[in-house]
Ligand binder design. Structure first.
Ligand code: HEC
Ligand code: HEC
Length: 331
């Protein structure tokens, strides 16, 4: 008996040391890989009663500043004809961007906005090189590019769109978004305190009260009602830890012994170089997700090996610092 117990004990020790040697892959930072906050449970656990008669559709015309157009709420949520509030602010759109194709290919302009400025839960496409856009669509389609957080809806929806799009639709969308520049869109603010938020519509939405920011980046709309109406002229504010921009500058410009100087490939001003995408001024939540995805092997398209040495040794704090710095640069 004692021998068996001894054996069991040493087996336990062996398993423990094996577990210690292979650390679990890091958890995708939930502030960057946003998943909707579940609604609070109903009192007594009872499901909320359905109203006897469904409310009449809300047909109130909605408006945003500097636009003479009006859309109902339902119209602003139409994935096959998203609202184009400022049509003079971009060239004429190809069908893939303005209306997509029913039933399965939602319009690119629905999520990325018709002017390609994008939102934190997706990506800015304005000003990306066409060859780069085409390669990413191929990677989403082939399965070489996916999110480290499978519960995050928008990247999965992106993959479905890429699978549905024809080569011709991809080409015309790529040429469209590459034909005009990305405009400054995100105000980066270093702070120790941030508004409390919940995640709704895959986005951080401010709540009453504040809390310590800690080691996170919290990006939220400058004007929630305008963002909810998909106004491509109302941007975002990114709250980043105090000191992170400076720390990021050191990593990005010199590598600081932990990574490579990014400008070699992304351009000295981080505005892109040939087919290599720009980083300047883009969403820091998006940037953190991409660096994490490269690190975890979830972005492994044919161009991804070029990013391997850059991300290998980076900690979450490094990702925060790098993204705070790149987002703070002029696009
Ligand atoms: C349902 C929303 C949705 C639609 C519609 C959509 N996308 Fe996306 N797209 C996303 C999301 C979300 C991401 C970012 C995924 C991530 O964070 O990893 C993305 C990322 C991308 C990227 C990668 C950008 C980069 O810098 O690497 C490209 C390119 C892209 N989309 C092109 C398109 C095109 C072209 C269309 C139309 C044919 C389209 N998307 C339609 C949600 C969407
Ligand atoms: C040796 C060249 C090279 C270096 C150095 C490099 N990158 Fe990249 N980077 C690339 C290429 C190529 C891609 C596109 C990869 C792909 O398509 O999968 C890329 C993609 C990215 C993306 C995704 C952009 C998007 O639109 O989705 C981010 C973010 C990024 N790099 C950040 C950095 C940072 C930060 C550094 C420095 C710490 C860096 N890179 C250094 C070549 C490089």
């Amino acid at each position: 008996m004692p021998t068996i117990r001894l054996l069991a004990a040493s087996l336990l020790l062996l398993t423990a040391s094996l577990v210690a040697q292979s650390p679990a892959p890091p958890v995708p930072p939930p502030w960057a890989f946003t998943v909707n906050t579940p609604p609070p449970p109903a009192p007594n656990g009872a499901p909320a009663a359905a109203p006897a008669t469904p409310p009449a559709p809300d047909t109130t015309p909605r408006r945003v500043p500097d636009s003479d157009r009006a859309f109902t709420l339902a119209e602003t949520r139409d994935a096959f004809n998203p609202p184009d509030w400022h049509p003079s602010g971009h060239p004429p759109m190809p069908a893939s961007v303005s209306s997509g194709r029913k039933p399965e290919m939602r319009a690119c302009g629905f999520c990325h906005l018709t002017n390609g400025q994008g939102r934190p839960e997706n990506a800015s496409l304005a000003g990306l090189p066409a060859a780069y856009i085409i390669q990413q669509m191929a990677d989403f389609k082939s399965g070489a590019r996916k999110s480290s957080e499978p519960k995050m809806g928008p990247p999965n929806a992106m993959i479905a769109d890429a699978k549905a799009a024809t080569d011709e639709e991809v080409r015309e969308a790529a040429e469209y978004f590459a034909s005009f520049p990305f405009r400054k869109w995100i105000r980066v603010v270093e702070t120790a305190e941030v508004s409390r938020t919940r995640v709704a519509g895959w986005m951080h939405v401010p709540q009453a009260g504040t809390e310590p920011l800690g080691r996170r980046i919290i990006e939220m709309p400058e004007d929630l009602p305008r963002t909810e109406l998909r106004d491509g002229a109302s941007g975002f504010i990114a709250h980043v830890p105090v000191g992170s921009i400076k720390a990021g500058e050191a990593l990005v410009t010199t590598g600081n012994g932990r990574t490579q100087a990014c400008g070699v490939c992304h351009g000295a001003d981080l505005k892109g170089l040939g087919p290599v995408p720009p980083l300047a001024g883009r969403s820091p939540s998006y940037t953190v997700r991409q660096l994490f995805d490269f690190q975890q092997g979830n972005r492994r398209g044919p161009w991804a090996p070029l990013m391997k040495a850059a991300v290998e040794k980076l900690t979450i704090d490094d990702l925060i610092a790098i993204a705070a710095y790149t987002a703070s640069r002029e696009p």
